[in-house]
Write a protein that binds this ligand. Sequence first.
Ligand SMILES: Nc1ncnc2c1ncn2[C@@H]1O[C@H](COP(=O)(O)OP(=O)(O)OP(=O)(O)O)[C@@H](O)[C@H]1O
Ligand SMILES: [Mg+2]
Length: 255
Amino acid sequence: MLELERVSRHFGGVRAVDGLDLKVRDGEIVGLIGPNGSGKSTTVNLVTGLFSLTSGQIRFRGQDIAPLPTHMRLQGGIARTFQNIRLFGQLTVWQNLWVAQNSPADRAKRGFFSRWLGGQSGVRDEIVSLLEFSGLAHKQDELASNLAFGEQRRLELARAMATKPKLLLLDEPAAGMNSEEIGQLRERILKLRERGLTILLVEHVMELVMGVTDRIAVLNFGQKIAEGTPAEIQKDAAVRKAYLGGDAAAAEGGS
Ligand SMILES: Nc1ncnc2c1ncn2[C@@H]1O[C@H](COP(=O)(O)OP(=O)(O)OP(=O)(O)O)[C@@H](O)[C@H]1O
Ligand SMILES: [Mg+2]
């Protein structure tokens, strides 16, 4: 599904990502962890096209996507959520999902205005089902900026889903959540995989990443220092050292 080969991104002298090899196979949930500043968000930004590569290759479903702008990667099936929530605050929950609808087939068949006026039933049904999936049905007419923090995170995930992705990149979706919300997020992520999605999960919350991923890659200073199953990663000496040098609490939280 996704293949990074010797991928690097430097900012001046900072090697944010440095020679990273990473594969995410069809239907997998892969975790990407590492101390603060280790290059996780930069990796997500490289895959979505927000940043250009300094060197290396990124292939999505066998195709070199480096030349493609972000919107074409999105249309091709790569969606993401942001570490810092980005919603249209002055639009309602419903509208946030409506503008994200991404169906090339729909677009070809009918134009913007017919969708706008008719609220085409296919589109409507999809939004309704996304609202139910996210537990936001009762908030559909609320402005996004009025939602509680956890609800905003749910809406952001729903909006990413509205684009009908094949690959979903989640950048710290559990940040700031309480443990009940983390449990619900875990269930949602597993349901998305059942629906055939492939997921790259960037996360500091070990409770989530250890419980939901098939495989985890660990970054430190832009380089991959370990890769393996959650159980292997928990035992890995290099990983423990990287975390204890940085965010000890996060490493201890999951074990
Ligand atoms: N746009 C940018 N310009 C300059 N330096 C950047 C930029 N984005 C990231 N960096 C640097 O690249 C390195 C990796 O940052 P990145 O945001 O990818 O880390 P991260 O692993 O996501 O960290 P966190 O866990 O804190 O979110 C850091 O040293 C950061 O300061
Ligand atoms: Mg980050």
